[in-house]
Write a protein that binds this ligand. Sequence first.
Ligand SMILES: C[S@@+](CC[C@H](N)C(=O)[O-])C[C@H]1O[C@@H](n2cnc3c(N)ncnc32)[C@H](O)[C@@H]1O
Length: 204
Amino acid sequence: MSEHEHGPVTTHSADEWDARYRDTDRLWTAHVNPALPVEVSDLRPGRALEVGSGEGADARWLADAGWTVTAVDISQVAIDRAREIDGRPEISWTRADLTVDEVPGAPYDLITAHYFPIPTEHAAVARKLVDAVAPGGTLLVVAHAPEGVRAHGFDPDDYVQPTDFLGLLGDDWTVVTDETRDRGRPAGGGHHIEDVVVRVQRAG
Ligand SMILES: C[S@@+](CC[C@H](N)C(=O)[O-])C[C@H]1O[C@@H](n2cnc3c(N)ncnc32)[C@H](O)[C@@H]1O
């Protein structure tokens, strides 16, 4: 999923994510995920939601770029760690489980989700995220390419993929990016070389 050296995650409860974070001082890289600056640098900063924010590298990059950020994660351990790393007021570190909770603070000018696992039985989460984008806003969904996911011990068919979001969009949306690209920095112990990147914009 991201740049950790640990084995695959097979379940996604808050307790299990908390245990994974407690297990190590640092689960993910402190670097921003490569697709974020590529896709977001041309947008005018406003209110952003960072979904599955983990230890917060992407939320910090967004705040550095001028966005006011709500960073959401199911794991209180991850939220506390991210807040300890960066407690600036422009980032609201928020514990929420998006399979059951509403999207906090919606709507947003930008919603970003990198390697955010949406098991197919919780496909309604994708609809929640689409609906939480404000008019004129952007949704960026990034996942590791299926080959790498399989090599890493997951079945990509068990998860909603970035391209699945395209089927949820009405006529008021434009597809800006829909591609698989070299990640630049391999992740997941070298399994994840390519990312699938979907960026869509809602009409203003
Ligand atoms: C693979 S990690 C990616 C973390 C970060 N985006 C990155 O790229 O380093 C997925 C994150 O999603 C969070 N997560 C999983 N299920 C969630 C849910 N239902 N609601 C909110 N966050 C969730 C996990 O706690 C974890 O931090």
